[in-house]
Design a protein around this ligand. Structure first.
Ligand SMILES: [Zn+2]
Length: 233
């Protein structure tokens, strides 16, 4: 028996004992519970999305970032590599890079990170226009990039499969209310629905929002309905 086979054997034994499914590819995005209003919460820590050009300026020509772990949304990963952010006010180290690379570099901070760095970023959905957002200097092992714009605070949102949207009678782009139960229960208003075939149901909060509600990854929230009961235009 090779070491690898032995590890697989042990993994199967442990999985059986815990009544887990064996390790393997993740299940495709589906909605198992057709009645459920439950939404898993994913907490987004400050991170950077890089374009190819900026990545090579920071890490060297032809460099390829290494995958650290898979994220809950299919096809997205955290890289092993991190960056340092620099402003005239302060330095923020160990900022994680997320993959895959994008067409535009974008830095996503929590509000408290922005205050720390002395920045005033807009609250917008990730991937939307970065026009008018502040910049920051990014420092990597092989160089620095003086990003002119691209720092944002990501608007809280729910990744959902069309079956989830249909169950709740909502559409992509709708603003909805979500309840978080617990010792610091709260209603989050204007959480934006992001509906796509490739998405798994998950609400993305930043660390400020999650900490304010005393929740961490894996805790669930509750869908309530459209914010103010009406569809946004
Ligand atoms: Zn997200």
């Amino acid at each position: 028996v090779t070491e690898r086979e032995l590890v697989q054997l042990i993994a199967r034994e442990v999985a059986a004992a815990l009544q887990l499914s064996p390790p393997g590819p993740r299940t495709p995005p589906t909605s198992r519970n057709q009645e459920s209003n439950t939404i898993p919460i994913g907490v987004s820590v400050r991170h950077v999305h890089l374009c190819q050009e900026d990545m090579e300026k920071l890490f060297g020509d032809g460099y390829e970032l290494h995958i650290r772990n898979e994220l809950y949304q299919p096809g997205t990963y955290a890289a092993q590599e991190t960056l340092t952010l620099v402003t005239p006010k302060r330095v923020l180290q160990n900022v994680r890079i997320l993959l895959p690379l994008r067409k535009e570099t974008q830095v996503e901070l929590a509000y408290s990170d922005a205050v720390y760095l002395g920045l005033n970023p807009p609250i917008v959905l990730s991937g939307h226009s970065l026009k008018g957002s502040p910049g920051v200097v990014m420092v990597g092992p092989k160089g620095a990039v003086d990003l002119q714009e691209g720092v944002i605070i990501a608007a809280r949102h729910i990744h959902a499969h069309p079956t989830d949207a249909a169950r709740w009678k909502v559409q992509n782009g709708d603003a909805v209310d979500v309840a978080i139960d617990g010792p610091r229960s709260m209603i989050l208003k204007r959480v934006i629905m992001r509906v796509s075939e490739n998405s798994r149901l998950e609400m993305h909060l930043d660390t400020d929002e999650a900490n304010a509600a005393c929740v961490s990854c894996g805790v669930t929230a509750r869908f309530v309905g459209l914010t103010d009961g009406t569809r946004s235009v």
